[in-house]
Design a protein around this ligand. Sequence first.
Ligand code: EPZ
Length: 419
Amino acid sequence: MDAIKVRGGNLLRGEVVISGAKNSALKLMVATLLTDEKLTLKRMPDLADTRFLSGLLTHLGATVERDAASMGLHTERLASAEAPYDLVRKMRASFNVLGPLLARNGEARVSLPGGCAIGARPVDLHLKALEALGATIELADGYVEAKAKKGLIGAQIVFPFVSVGATEHAMLAAVLAKGDTVLENAAREPEIQDIADCLNAMGARVSGAGSSTITIQGVDRLHGAEHAVVPDRIETGTYALAVATAGGDVLLRDAVWKHNTALWDRMSAAGATLSQEIEGVRVKASGERLTATDMETRPYPGFPTDEQAQFMAAMCVADGRSVIRETIFENRFMHAPELMRMGAKIDLRGNEAIVTGVSELRGAPVMATDLRASVSLVIAGLVAAGETTIGRVYHLDRGFENLEAKLAGCGADIERVKE
Ligand code: EPZ
């Protein structure tokens, strides 16, 4: 199995090209199920998750072609309207095929995704949204069996709390519904806007994406289109925190400044220098200790839960005590015990982590159980004394394209090894 070895202490200098956003790309790929014409996605990241979803879409009848930076998806005919357990269990985003299959085929059978390392992660809001659009839903043998024989019908859907996945799923289903759909208390993430832009390029009529109210006027059919995936704000934030922690001066090429303002606010408070440039975002840090800063995760435009672990790694070596509160997922501190094995001082109290910065972390063999937790260990390794070996690299490969090459390109001492 692969592992990543990092020897800490190098400043980072140069540039990192930001890839397309994983969490947008996965939903954009699913949009192929809504049309019999070809969808071409540019700035498409090559990740374990995108490859895995290609497998499911191929099973459902799509032809998927990949070249260096783009992906062509063509689902002329559906081969199946069933997404089996093994293809959904391993990656929750696969569950999003349910709405498009239902919209195109009038019925679908998709495995329930089950829990995951960061919490129970139910899909009740997804199912309620599809029911509001007129689907009948039954749960049998761990599968969702959904029917809408006469097609989906536009509706007003008020989400009781903000859910990225349910907002996206409702949007992907409602574009082909009869009549208008209004989503209230919708998630406002840049990925939602990106998906709406792609759907509109395919002939859909979605307005208001990026705000709390999204209106979708149903259309009879969608057509092929070409769309560039939005740059990954979580990858951007990860490299920004790596530079702030290790010290240096790096241009994050193609990063979109306005997609990370909550992080820039916290990083500036901690003493990093961030600037918006024509080519992207520049991060500078002296390599001196950051100042401990509190943070709380929130739905967008608040601080992203997907950057919480990386921020915690930065705070482990900051000067002072920071309180980090996780409000989105109930079990998202699995990186804390691993950081503690490197010498971090973290006191976990429910959904709060109280981090007392230490002057030095020490390299150690570590491993984590999810993508963002794993990359927080890479950040810790970049600043730790000695060598850190991060196991279970497949977590990193799910969501970070060429991680070690991008960091090594800026001077980090990092390599992938076989264990
Ligand atoms: C998306 O997950 C992302 N995944 C997550 O990124 C991200 O952490 C999360 O949004 C929040 O930003 C993808 O886009 C593939 P939610 P999602 O629905 O859509 C609860 C990563 O590392 N909830 O906004 O699943 C849920 O349990 C991943 O890239 C329900 O109770 O997140 C959570 O507590 C991890 N019922 C909260 O809502 C539902 O039906 C927000 O979840 C749906 C969600």
